[in-house]
Ligand binder design. Structure first.
Ligand SMILES: C[S@@+](CC[C@H](N)C(=O)[O-])C[C@H]1O[C@@H](n2cnc3c(N)ncnc32)[C@H](O)[C@@H]1O
Length: 287
């Protein structure tokens, strides 16, 4: 409280000790590195959480988060507040022709009754722009290649972005990178035009299974082997040791000959992995 009896808008700055408590926890739980240079960012992202649980200081917030029974939900909310979710439709567009021209042709004309279905995982899918882009690209491919079947699973640690992804509602300016013919086919305009929003069609939405998965969970295994994994702009936030552990697990989830797509500034260079380079960010599993 201030002298005049009103609460300040912002909590008083986080102490170094509080920062290390929170950053260590975030790092071990989600892999996201939080060096001291991120203190201001962490303070800003957690302001709303303090208000929400009624904590006046970061010390009180830490007490609540780490020591009170029933704070499980707040751990989820805290991770939601801290994760960086930047994404776009058709982000890093060069990956999509590689998918359709290099990867998919071997899935065309499967032997009748073989049951072969192309499987893809968007790991760290954020608010859905990446898996919906994949659903559009794969649906278009299927139009031109009858018999081609696919399944998409999309996962993220943040329940907030997963809720948005499942809804599939976006501001109109967000879908600008989607080619017009594809937009007309897979996006619906809001009835209330003043909202300036579009929604992914129910058919396209139904093609994706969204699940909460923590990629740092060493026990986690996908039940199926994947043909392709998109894990783009996720490991960039991880320490090198966690990058390697995650990449090993992703390789274990890929079938032999399957492909891994990383973000433009991410690499497997220096790691001992069963991967062969296709381009600087696309790799093929060798064994
Ligand atoms: C920058 S976004 C990238 C989204 C999308 N792949 C793209 O390239 O546009 C990174 C996403 O990874 C998620 N993420 C971060 N750490 C994670 C973890 N340990 N497990 C699962 N997802 C995680 C974040 O919540 C965020 O939505």
């Amino acid at each position: 409280m201030t002298d005049n009896g009103f609460h300040n808008e912002m909590a008083k700055p986080m102490t170094t000790r509080e920062f290390f408590r929170l950053s260590e926890f975030i790092h071990t739980q989600c892999g996201i590195k939080m060096p001291p240079g991120k203190k201001i960012m962490l303070e800003a992202r957690l302001q709303k959480r303090l208000k929400s649980v009624g904590a006046a200081t970061f010390g009180e917030y830490c007490e609540y988060l780490f020591n009170s029974p029933g704070s499980q939900d707040e751990l989820v909310q805290m991770i939601n507040a801290v994760a960086t979710n930047k994404t776009d439709f058709f982000r890093e567009p060069g990956h999509y022709p590689i998918l359709t021209d290099t990867v998919l042709p071997s899935f065309v004309d499967p032997a009748p009754g073989s049951g072969q279905c192309f499987t893809i995982w968007s790991a760290g899918c954020s608010s859905g722009e990446e898996p919906y882009t994949l659903a559009m690209v794969l649906s278009e491919f299927a139009v031109h290649h009858p018999g081609f079947r696919f399944s998409i699973v999309a996962t993220d640690i943040s329940t907030k972005v997963l809720e948005k992804a499942k809804l599939g509602i976006y501001d109109e300016e967000r879908v600008a990178p989607v080619p017009l013919v594809i937009r007309q086919k897979y996006l619906m305009k809001s009835k209330d035009r003043s909202k300036g929003q579009v929604r992914i069609t129910p058919e396209l939405r139904s093609l994706i299974r969204f699940e909460r998965v923590n990629l740092m969970d060493e026990q986690y295994r996908r039940p199926e082997l994947l043909d392709v994994i998109f894990c783009r702009n996720v490991i960039i936030y991880f320490e090198r040791v966690n990058q390697e552990k995650l990449l090993v697990r992703l390789c274990n989830s890929l079938r032999s000959g399957g492909h891994l797509f990383l973000g433009h500034s991410e690499t497997v260079h220096g790691f001992d992995l069963p991967l062969q380079r296709v381009t600087s960010t696309v790799y093929r599993k060798t064994a």
